[in-house]
Write a protein that binds this ligand. Structure first.
Ligand SMILES: [Zn+2]
Length: 410
């Protein structure tokens, strides 16, 4: 009933009639064309507001000054409902979002509207992320060691978004586009065995479907490199006495790290290195063979004690007959200084976190890689921006910036 009261109060107030003409955004005069009703979803329930409507003949735009004043522009959702749509859109599918809004908020926003509004909000957040890059205040303490992880993960795309792109399908086509993720965290806590554990609440994410390779002719860093630099700036990565870059081992990660985070210690995520060796063992001995398991376990143990030479010796035995083993010799040789796990452990560094891997799952996989989902690049990027913002604990800050002009209708 609160909705009715607000509706009646607003509809009785016709002060939004600002004379026969008002200035349009295009600079020309828009003419008053009567009062028009529109139904808005608000946290109090649906409200039908009658607003003064102006039409600009020169540019064809129509608008209501009251919608602008109430921040209801371009949407049938009030700011309060839009905020809820943003939160559910970040966490669950649009269909589930629609159901949650109904069950928890008592507001009825059709699934298609949830999608449109969440994506539009996500685009705003992506813009905001590119422009609001403030390091924390100088007196704010920074963890003694900060970790920055990078990884890529494929997200299923609509066919139109994949035309002419090469991929891993048997016929050479692609089903996915790669989302690149940057995550920053600290790990000052220790478990019973003294192994560093990721500090709860210290993790932030930033991700998009972006290239990590800058064109030869281009002086500019790649789009993803710029994203990494922005995230590092926001986290005061350069103020941490010790800096670590963790990654799965793809060359683009180390190129980017060497260029933009030059004095960080580089570590191949041990979790990933082990997975790699397990895959190779299956290629050598067959996927279900016990021999494969035993072989992989031995290599894992060698990695743990920092005996990269032993790993290489074991790989070379099979390099002549197995392509994966041969490729892995290269991988381990290229990354050997990044796999000195015993030395890293002695320095109290976190090496096998799976944080980067888990980050990809948490930030991207659980929301974007579910059965039946097929994205556009723009849609995926918007929802990824929204989700990273939420998971990084930045949604409230964003919302405060957005509502700097106070909303009158919640
Ligand atoms: Zn106009």
């Amino acid at each position: 009933m609160a909705a009715r009261a607000v509706e009646q109060r607003l509809n009785a107030d016709t002060s939004d009639h600002a004379g026969p003409t008002v200035r349009c955004d295009c600079g020309k005069a828009a003419r008053y064309a009567g009062r028009r009703p529109k139904t808005f979803a608000t946290v109090l329930g649906d409200m039908t507001l009658e607003r003064a409507y102006y039409y600009c003949a020169p540019c064809g735009a129509g608008f209501c000054p009251r919608d602008r004043a109430l921040r209801l522009r371009d949407s049938s959702l009030s700011p309060g409902v839009l905020r809820m749509v943003g939160l559910v859109g970040a966490m669950v599918s649009f269909e589930e979002g629609h159901e949650l809004l109904h069950a928890l908020g008592g507001v009825d926003v059709p699934t298609k509207h949830v999608e449109r509004a969440a994506e539009s909000l996500g685009r705003e957040i992506a813009q905001d992320e590119r422009h609001v890059v403030e390091p924390p205040p100088a007196d704010e303490p920074v963890a003694p060691t900060l970790y920055l992880g990078m990884d890529g993960t494929g997200v299923p795309m609509r066919a139109l978004e994949l035309l002419g792109r090469n991929g891993k399908q048997p016929d050479g086509s692609a089903k996915t586009r790669e989302v690149k993720l940057c995550t920053v965290w600290s790990a000052e806590g220790r478990d019973e065995e003294g192994t560093p554990v990721r500090d709860v609440g210290s993790v932030t994410y930033s991700a998009a479907i972006e290239s990590a390779a800058s064109a030869d002719t281009d002086e500019q860093p790649s789009a993803f490199a710029q994203r990494v630099v922005r995230e590092a700036t926001r986290r005061a990565f350069d103020r941490a006495p010790r800096r670590v870059v963790l990654g799965a081992g793809a060359p683009w990660i180390w190129n980017l790290a060497t260029e933009h985070l030059p004095d960080a210690i580089q570590i191949v995520d041990r979790f990933h290195a082990k997975q790699h060796l397990s895959d190779v063992s299956k290629s050598i001995f067959g996927a279900t063979s016990d021999l494969a398991k035993a072989w992989a376990r031995q290599r894992h143990d060698e990695l743990d004690v920092g005996d990269v030479e032993a790993v290489l010796r074991a790989l070379r035995i099979h390099a002549g007959t197995d392509t994966e083993a041969r490729k892995c010799v290269e991988y381990v040789t290229t990354n050997r200084t990044r796999m000195r796990y015993a030395a890293f452990r002695a320095q109290g560094l976190c090496t096998s976190t799976g944080v980067v891997e888990a980050g990809c799952k948490v930030a991207i996989g659980t929301r974007c890689k579910r059965a039946g989902m097929h994205w556009t690049v723009a849609g995926a990027d918007a929802i990824i921006a929204l989700r990273c913002c939420k998971l990084s604990g930045r949604f409230e800050d964003f919302w405060e910036r957005r509502s700097a002009a106070k909303a009158a209708v919640a």
